[in-house]
Design a protein around this ligand. Sequence first.
Ligand code: HEM
Length: 502
Amino acid sequence: MLNTSQIILSIIAIALSYILYQAKKVYIARKHLTKWIPQVPGSLYFGAKSKFGPTKDRIKDTARLLDNPKKSVYLEFLSNWVIITQDYDLMEFILSSNELITKGPHYKNLAKWLGYGLLIANGQKWKTSRRIITPTFHFSILEQFVDVFNSNEAIMIEKLKREAVGKKGVEIYSYITNCALDIICETAMGVKMDSQQNKNKEYTDAVKDMCEILAVRNLSFWKNWDWLFRLSPEYKRQQKNLKILHGFTNSVIEKRKKELESNKDIKKLEEEDSFGRKRRKVFLDLLLESTDNSLSQDDIRKEVDTFMFAGHDTTSSAATSGILLLSERPDIQKSIRDELKEIIGSDRDRPLTYSDLHNMTYLELVVKEILRIKPPVPFIARQLTQDVKYKDHIIPKDTMISLFLYGMNRDPDFHNDPDKFNPDRFLSTDKKAYSFLPFSAGPRNCIGQKYAMLELKSMLAKILMNFEILPSEVPHEPDFTVEIVYKSKNGVYVKLKEVDWN
Ligand code: HEM
């Protein structure tokens, strides 16, 4: 006769065998459905993750795996079923779809800070948010932000003149990112932070620290699990940061809301501030004034936080990569300066206008080439919530599709001599729509891309009008890694020399 514990153990053993049997059935069915894609071998339950080297080699490893005629691979890891691809047709199929818009699971780490704001929202929630937020990026709004770029960049240039000129090398990312943070605070919330001048640093330091913590989680195997993350020192830091970040955004929203409510004549408020100066509208105002009542204060907070996150590290990474690339190319710097001289004339200290930025057509080619060679977002991911028919195949539900934007930007089938920094390649207008994807494409493309292009042009123009960028004489090897954005973990050094403008 079996005793009670033997019966319980037998039931557990039968249940486990049943679960493993079912898992194996699913595994075999998926293997069959995905056999048209080259498979990365891995064990049944621990998968192919071990086939990847250290995170800093993520780009190199992925490019190696995709070097096959399908430009795609299928791999498994525990319950993750992943297709990584840079195949043009598959990318177009996914990105152009109005249905396949669910973000991959790893975006969840952002949710504690950003909630389900536009960047990580899915389904109807995303559709509604996108409809409400799209008008806030209208060019008439962006036009007003050029003054914000001017004033904050002027501070950066002064600091660089004081602190960098005459030195053998300067770490440029820290200057760029502080300036980009001040710009996004002012354009998203209407708050002048002056963090470049070491003021109000609590909020901007918390933004930076949150980005660092998110990067640590992204790169760590264990810290991706919420319950294990809770045991880590980063969790305590995150909790402290969230209190500062949410507290600050909420207080700015409350203040703005009260101002709007107490001022029945909204038109007047739009036109003048309390000193009678012309008031510029910022993203927060536009969200508060949205006639769509579906946005609660909490929703607005999530969208403002989303702008803060999505709108500063991406542009900082692009500007920094651009400065590094240009340090090796005095010929391209000269062409940019020639164009700037024609547009600006002799007074390089005058503020730039929207139309100046619009006229910088050569600089626009350079910015595109920077984004092609060093895209700040090298991978994006979608999760399939249903079986999907693609050509003659079924891609099974729950597959994550990781789109290798970096690989597409450098695919020799679409870009001649792809590793060469050559802005003139963008003079040709016959590029295929999905072959250059720094901002992704389709319905979930980057909503901030026009803003980003303007900011990057403005920042690089100011730097080039004031400095010649040379390779650093301080020995330094930048460590480009895919954290949240693709950037050098140890910064970027260049040497700056003042230029004679006349
Ligand atoms: C060079 C700078 C930038 C790059 C390279 C970039 C790149 C991208 C990419 C690749 C996506 C798609 C992400 C995905 O599908 O997972 C995206 C989405 C997004 N970006 Fe940007 N971005 C930049 C600047 C900005 C700026 C300045 C803002 C805001 C001020 C912004 C706000 C957003 C938002 C809200 C989304 C989500 C859009 C949606 O899902 O509907 N980005 N960005």
